[in-house]
Ligand binder design. Structure first.
Ligand SMILES: *Cc1c(COP(=O)(O)O)cnc(C)c1O
Ligand SMILES: [Zn+2]
Length: 500
């Protein structure tokens, strides 16, 4: 639809302008700094930052209803820059001109309602939001679109060039970082650090395919992160981990989409996300808070963060009911099928503490919860979901396991509606499904198998046939016909098919 065809009252608002005043704000000492430089930690106290808009209140001059119309109409405009996370430009990166925005097909991922069978099993209505349908097959593309759009903006302004973007990763961050950096060739190059043998083959293939320099180091993600931090402290590199506040900003789009998909009515809604480095849950809380502040939504949904028993520092922190006694302690992680969330010392923990506190206060009652699930629950629920038409990754399974635990413990009711984040595509983690089906999980995962969930291919290779097709040697004539008949017969027998 063309601008002139939009109703007059929204026409002027369809194309966002460069507005507002974005600043980095330190979560420790409150120091505010301009965004001209790429900054990851506070130069005064070393704590992490969030980006906020000092002129945010200007957005209140439009009533909530008007904003809802603007976003709904923007769905119809054919401008690349507004097709992804920047449909919500005023809330995500109002400093970036449309011309500088990088759009690779991210965001506006489908929300798929579970079938009746699944809803009965779970005891409530729920949807999967398939963030695996992003370009690099995980939600990380949301934050990367934001971070790399801003880097592109700085490149275009001539403020930086020849950037080396660097990140540590449990797999998906590096896939996204390498993809978006590759698009900005030759101005941006990328290097990624992965824990050796702790990312899946598919995840490793992604940054390699995008042309990033890939370094594997011994240890787990937390070790890689320390090396990357050391590099970014000493050398001139752009850090793309979620320590980078631009990433958090982009990931807020997830909340805005949920709001829009439910016609901005979030009463009785529960948003369920896995927690690893805790960037995503921070972004989601901040997103809903911003929409509430401007009156685009009227209630805050409940938020449930889920962790595996094998990587549960955030869960442990919230176990202590007395707020004044809570103390954050990193944990040593054990192998987890929710591999992208296998993090013992989440970088964004200070953001979670501050935002969850603010969220609960704003809601007027406890609205942010963290639950813990077992490795077996994660696998069983992932497999069950996928047997019912989903394409959930283990982290999506973790969310489903989490909502069931939450329901049992009374955190949610049967008339709540849950939105579960399948944070990546099932295919990235096909190896865990393989290990389950072939009963070959190493013991450390503490997986026991549910026979009903195992599915294996059946090889049909009739032994008594003289000839079977071999590569380069196809069968012909009678031999071929005999082969086809025999194989068809065996399949029909196994499936107990009835003759027509
Ligand atoms: C990064 C990641 C997570 C964890 O998200 P955080 O923002 O680090 O808490 C969960 N699932 C997948 C698939 C991921 O890539
Ligand atoms: Zn500070």
């Amino acid at each position: 639809m063309k601008i002139d065809d939009f109703p007059e009252n929204v026409r002027d608002h369809i194309l966002p302008k460069v507005e507002g005043q974005l600043l980095y704000r330190c979560l420790g000492c409150g120091l505010e700094q301009g965004i001209e430089k790429l900054l990851y930690t506070c130069p005064e106290c070393g704590k992490i930052l969030l980006i906020y808009d000092k002129k945010f209140d200007r957005l209140k001059k439009n009533p909530g209803k008007m904003w809802r119309q603007i976003f709904d109409y923007r769905k119809m405009i054919n401008i690349s820059a507004l097709k992804g996370i920047y449909r919500y430009h005023e809330f995500i990166g109002s400093a970036i001109p449309l011309d500088d925005i990088i759009y690779l097909g991210e965001a506006h991922t489908p929300m798929i309602e579970a079938n009746a069978l699944m809803q009965e099993k779970a005891g409530l209505r729920f949807f999967f939001k398939n963030d695996g349908q992003n370009p690099s097959a995980s939600f990380k593309d949301r934050g990367m679109a934001s971070a790399l759009s801003y880097i592109n903006h700085l490149v275009k302004k001539g403020q930086i060039d020849d950037v080396l973007a660097i990140c540590a990763s449990t797999g998906d961050t590096s896939a996204a970082a390498a993809l978006y950096s590759a698009y900005l060739k030759p101005h941006v190059k990328s290097a990624v650090l992965l824990p050796h043998k702790k990312v899946t083959a598919q995840q490793l293939s992604q940054p390699l395919g995008s042309g990033a320099r890939v370094f594997e180091i011994p240890g787990v993600f937390d070790d890689c992160m320390k090396v990357v931090e050391s590099l970014s402290d000493r050398y001139n590199v752009a850090l793309l981990n979620s320590k980078n506040a631009w990433r958090i900003l982009g990931q807020e789009s997830y909340s805005y989409e949920i709001a829009q998909d439910f016609e901005y009515d979030l009463s009785k809604k529960v948003v369920v996300v896995p927690i690893g480095n805790a960037g995503n849950i921070s972004a989601i809380m901040n997103g809903f808070l911003k929409f509430l502040d401007i009156g685009i939504i009227n209630v805050l949904p409940k938020i449930i963060g889920v962790q595996s028993e094998h990587a549960n520092p955030v869960y442990k922190y919230y176990l202590e009911p007395d707020v004044s006694k809570r103390k954050f302690l990193p944990v040593t992680v054990k192998p987890s099928v929710a591999q992208a969330a296998m993090i013992g010392n989440p970088v964004s923990m200070p953001r979670v503490i501050q935002l969850a506190n603010h969220y609960n206060q704003t809601a007027g009652h406890e609205s942010v919860f963290v639950v813990q699930v077992t490795e077996k629950q994660i696998m069983d629920w992932e497999l069950t979901a996928n047997r019912n038409g989903h394409i959930s990754c283990p982290h999506g399974g973790e969310c489903l396991a989490g909502i069931i635990v939450a329901k049992q413990s009374g955190i949610v009711d049967s008339d709540d509606v849950a939105i579960l984040d399948s944070t990546a595509h099932a295919l990235k983690f096909a190896g865990f499904q393989d290990m389950y089906f072939s009963r070959t999980f190493p013991e450390v995962y503490e997986i026991s198998y549910n026979d009903d969930l195992i599915n294996l291919p059946v090889l049909i290779k009739p032994r008594d046939l003289k000839k079977i097709p071999e590569s380069g040697k196809p069968l012909t004539g009678e031999e071929f016909q005999e082969f086809v008949n025999r194989v068809a017969q065996e399949i029909a027998d196994i499936l107990e098919l009835k003759k027509v």
